[in-house]
Design a protein around this ligand. Structure first.
Ligand SMILES: [Zn+2]
Length: 227
C-alpha cells in the first residue's frame, strides 16, 4: 500500500508530465481577476486545473481584507505562488505575505477536498471546515505579521491565563489539534481565521478573530489617546 507521501509524489509526477496547463486565455483571465482584487500571482502559467478554484481562493482573501485592509496594501500586498514542492502540506506562508499553494492538491479539487476532510474529521483542523479554510488559515499568518499580533499572547489574554501549557491543552479541545502544533502559538491565529471565516460556529475562533478586528481598528485610529 502506498503511503500518503508516496501517493502524492506519484501524483505530482503525473501532473508535471501529463497534465495540460491552462490556456494563455485562461491564464490572462485569472491574472486579471487577481490584479483587480489586489493580489499578485506567481507560477500559474503552468497551472493544471480549474481556474475557478483559484478565483474562489482570491474571493476568500478579499472577504478577510474587508476586516484587515492593510494585508492588501500597495507596498506589500499578497502573492499567491503555485508550488510543486510542498510535499504533503496544503499551503504555507512565507516571509509574511507570500502564500504558497500546493500545485498537486489544487490541480485536483476532488483530492484536495478529500484529503482536507480527512484532517478535519480526525480533529486536526477546525471542525466543520472544508478546503476553503486552507487559505483562510494562511491569511491568518499574514494578518499576524502585518498587524503585529502575537498569537499566544492574545490567546492568554482571552483565556485569562499566563500558562502556555494550559492554553495548548484548552485549544486542542476547543479549536483544533493543529492550532497547538508549535508551542509559540503561531498556528492559533490561523486556525481561528479558518474557523471564523468558514462560519462554523467555533466559539473560541469567533471570539479570537473579533478581538483581532478590534485591535486592528484601535491600531489604525489616529485619535486614540496613547498613555
Ligand atoms: Zn499555519
Amino acid at each position: 500500500m502506498l503511503t500518503e507521501k508516496n501517493a502524492i509524489a506519484g501524483y505530482k509526477a503525473q501532473v508535471e508530465q501529463y497534465g495540460t496547463p491552462i490556456s494563455s486565455d485562461e491564464f490572462r483571465e485569472l491574472r486579471d481577476y487577481a490584479n483587480r482584487h489586489g493580489i499578485k500571482l506567481s507560477g500559474f502559467k503552468d497551472f493544471v486545473g480549474d481556474i475557478s478554484a483559484i478565483k474562489t481562493v482570491i474571493d476568500d482573501i478579499c472577504v478577510i481584507s474587508n476586516d484587515f485592509p492593510e494585508i492588501l496594501n500597495e507596498r506589500q500586498g499578497i502573492w499567491l505562488e503555485l508550488d510543486y514542492n510542498l510535499g504533503t502540506d496544503f499551503a504555507t506562508t512565507e516571509s509574511g505575505h507570500i502564500i504558497h499553494l500546493n500545485a498537486v492538491f489544487y490541480s485536483n479539487m476532488e483530492m484536495l477536498t478529500r484529503e482536507y476532510s480527512k484532517c478535519e474529521s480526525d480533529g486536526r483542523f477546525v471542525k466543520g471546515t472544508d478546503w476553503r479554510a486552507i487559505v483562510r488559515h494562511e491569511v491568518g499568518h499574514v494578518v499576524a505579521n502585518v498587524y503585529n499580533i502575537d498569537p499566544m499572547d492574545l490567546a492568554k489574554e482571552l483565556k485569562e491565563t499566563k500558562r502556555t501549557a494550559e492554553i495548548l491543552d484548552i485549544l486542542t479541545d476547543e479549536l483544533s489539534v493543529y492550532s497547538t502544533e508549535y508551542n509559540d502559538g503561531r498556528e492559533i491565529i490561523s486556525e481561528c481565521f479558518s474557523g471564523y471565516y468558514s462560519n462554523v460556529g467555533n466559539t473560541f475562533a469567533d471570539m479570537y478573530v473579533k478581538a483581532c478586528i478590534d485591535r486592528s481598528k484601535k491600531a489604525g485610529d489616529p485619535n486614540e489617546i496613547m498613555e
